[in-house]
Design a protein around this ligand. Sequence first.
Ligand code: LLP
Length: 380
Amino acid sequence: MLKDNLQELQQQETPFYVYDLNLLRQTLQLAATEAAKYNYHVHYALKANANAPILAEVLKAGFGADCVSGNEVKRAIESGFTPGNVVFAGVGKSDAEINYALDQDIFCFNCESSHELEVLNELAAAKGKKARIALRINPNVNANTHKYITTGLEENKFGINAWELESVLQQLSQLKNIQLIGIHFHIGSQITDLTVFKNLCTRVNEFQEWFVAHNITLEHINVGGGLGVDYYTPDANLIPDFAAYFGLFSQFLEVRPGQQVHFELGRSLVAQCGTLISKVLYIKKGITTNFAILDAGMTELIRPALYQSYHEIENLTSQKPEEKYDVVGPICESSDCFRKAVILPETSRGDLIAIRTAGAYGEVMASAYNLRDKATAIYV
Ligand code: LLP
């Protein structure tokens, strides 16, 4: 896609994000088709990318929205998602955020602590409303992913731990402005080993038994997101294996009559459609490798600096023999490095560099550090 649009890319001021809307549509379509086979509901995690043209496509595919801030709830609703299709998670929802979501009558609050339940109950009571909630349970399942994006272990700040459930149920029986409709899980992100999801299903089945034993019927089971993408060979796997992913849940997740199953996918839907395009500013001689200094840095894409994450790096304009470079940004931080020892065709000032698989958690995590301008976005 990138080389076919080289002329257009060369006319843009760098750095910028380019999104392949065709690939996005195909990805969404496939996810929707595979989920529909089992009547599963997919809520798109806005935190991955909340750009208007992306949300418009997600909406067309018929997905709901998964939000983690009041502004995300607002963005979703203003973009056309019906409030009845919006879920709202987060360990630290502020009163203003909760009040806004109550006013909008969203589908469900995913509640992460007993203290939050107490506050939500008070705020709902003040409005004479009953808030629908799912308990976010921490299933203590290891996601085998980077420690900063693991969320389902007991040591993490997310969710309610198993040993607290008994007292939370007692508490709920006193909270008149809260209606328990389901349970929610999210164990982490960029999960590439599907057996992790099988382990999650086993734990969810156990929790379901526990609720049945306590005479509680749950209408909704939300298993979160987390399906990973191929950062190493993006072109070989532009669309994740949604058939295997949803198929695994249909095989291992026990669903009771009338129960609805929900997913919250972010990265797997949008990561591959986005690329960060940057220009080479300088080539600088180093001791062992040379530096290719780009006009994009950690302010445009923080993932390598924050999670030591791998992104494919391509030189779109040089066909010369290969050399080795440390590809770095212009920010005054040593961690502002996209990757060390990258093999690229001989690279010169002005060459266009593509940093792939940047559609999820790229633009949304940009910062203005060093008073940098915000990178623009184009859609092809
Ligand atoms: N649901 C909840 C409650 C979440 O916290 C997340 C992601 C998702 C769904 C969507 O997960 P996904 O399908 O995208 O894996 N900035 C990090 C990723 C942080 C993920 C946070 N939560 C990164 O760049 O890798």
